[in-house]
Design a protein around this ligand. Sequence first.
Ligand SMILES: Cc1cc2nc3c(=O)[nH]c(=O)nc-3n(C[C@H](O)[C@H](O)[C@H](O)COP(=O)(O)OP(=O)(O)OC[C@H]3O[C@@H](n4cnc5c(N)ncnc54)[C@H](O)[C@@H]3O)c2cc1C
Ligand code: SF4
Length: 542
Amino acid sequence: MRRAYDAVVVGSGYGGGVSASRLARAGLSVCVIERGRDVQTGEFPGRLPELRRELQVTGPRMRSGRATGLFDFRPGTDIHVLLGCGLGGGSLINAGVALRPDDRVFADAAWPEEVRRDGLLDEGFARASAMLRPSRYPRPSELAKYRALEAAGETLNKKPFAAPVVVSFEETVNPAGITQPACTLCGDCCAGCNVGAKNTIAITYLPDAKAHGAELFAELTVLRVAKEGDHWRVFFAPTEGATVVPSFVDAKTVVLSAGTLGSTEILLRSRELGLDVSDRLGERFSANGDIIAFALGGEGRVNGIGVGHPPKFAGDAIGACVTGEIEFNDDRRLDHSMFIQEGVLPSALAPLLPVFFLSGGRLIGAAQSLIQGVYRGPLQHLYTFFVVSHDEAKGRITLDNDVAQVAWPGVAEQEVYARIDAILSKAAAAVGARYIKSPLSITSVGSKPATAHPLGGCGIGESARSGVVDHKCRVFDGKGGVHQGLYVCDGAIIPRSIGVNPLLTITALAERAMIHVARDHNLGFDVAPRGSLARPSPFRNC
Ligand SMILES: Cc1cc2nc3c(=O)[nH]c(=O)nc-3n(C[C@H](O)[C@H](O)[C@H](O)COP(=O)(O)OP(=O)(O)OC[C@H]3O[C@@H](n4cnc5c(N)ncnc54)[C@H](O)[C@@H]3O)c2cc1C
Ligand code: SF4
């Protein structure tokens, strides 16, 4: 690593990938620092021991697992959070559902007026879609889990439709010039795609950034940032060597894209050592009304357990992690709107599933699954539901023993969870299945809400009185201005729940912010695809 770059990007998920690609395309020298590992296609966990090695658990007074584990679980006193860790961030282990929020979300006064007015949000969504290429599986009714959702939806008078997911269902060369094979419908998206068909940040924005000169450094954790004269100093240490004296790198522009918990943690630490920031830092944490729940015992097969690649079981196609969804759109109450999506559990979890459900005492006959394998026994009938909706965004991220922690007293009592339970119980009963809110509900982990969609902490706002960053994602300095050259671009800036899975919105907001960076600094970049088979992009210059 050099001593200085034009720009340092911290983290390599959606926000980091966009920032690195666009700043490198603008001709800046760019350094990306990522705490996780560079996990290649084919190296994602396919078996339980591999999955266990990829699990890290961090609380203020405990840590287990290696600090570069792909699955970063943050148990909380009120709510738990699951994060991705690696070059590509959450994109490596997510389900890839890519939806644009209802317009009413952006009409909320929580967003600065410019976000609605300057037209660049639409451009951001267009650019995000051109790179990540969401598509819908063309033959969803061939998949048992989609038909199972249709059956469950009947009683709710709702028909499912195929969900847009960032998956390549045909062989392609993507806009970053990477050849991607077609999805094998193995269902293992949430353990990492070993086929290379999921359009992750690791095979889209990051290689694009690298091809334009960005330098990527993995397994280094950024601790804090500080202003040094006219530039920023970024302090970091090896992820697995917390005791090592931190090194630093300098840059005129620093983009914090370490995710909701990561970016907020870095700013909280930087504030402790003198950086002036808004008092709103840490506020407006939202879990995006997001839950995972189950139903078991219905008559129809669901086939909701992945088979992985190469497949562990030769049977029907499973489908990408999410294929179908049901939308509940409430015209009068945005906060009552929600999406129910059918999900797949990764194959590496298969040996644990009978144990989970037996230990909850809910699955009579799970032993049969142990003997016959989860693909033949009663667990063939296991429904996994992902639900995304709206919550009150009243969590607060603070530093406890130098670790970001979410405090949200009363989070579980929010109406949204009761609403979701009522709908899922009804849907499960209609197909003769039993609703299981959590197979671990008798444990302290399973009795609290958990989210994979953490948002907020560095909320966007009109001023430091209402937010932590302005509409261009520049960090407010707490004195009525902004810190020149210091940005947050990731899920941390989203000031409220958005009611849909957040990857597309985070990407779009980062694309929008990069257009502003370019305009403000007289930079230009094109976003033309690099792949020879890729469709030419209609977007050229910002
Ligand atoms: C199992 C699962 C399923 C999901 N399914 C979906 C879905 O279907 N659709 C959807 O829209 N969303 C989904 N999500 C959520 C989505 O993946 C996240 O919202 C998204 O990844 C957040 O993007 P980001 O850029 O804010 O941060 P991230 O993608 O989390 O990236 C942040 C990066 O910064 C790194 N980092 C953190 N701290 C530091 C530090 N101090 N120094 C250096 N690097 C650091 C992290 O390792 C990470 O790579 C899912 C998430 C999970 C866990
Ligand atoms: S279903 Fe399998 S092949 Fe398809 S995107 Fe998911 S993990 Fe990759």
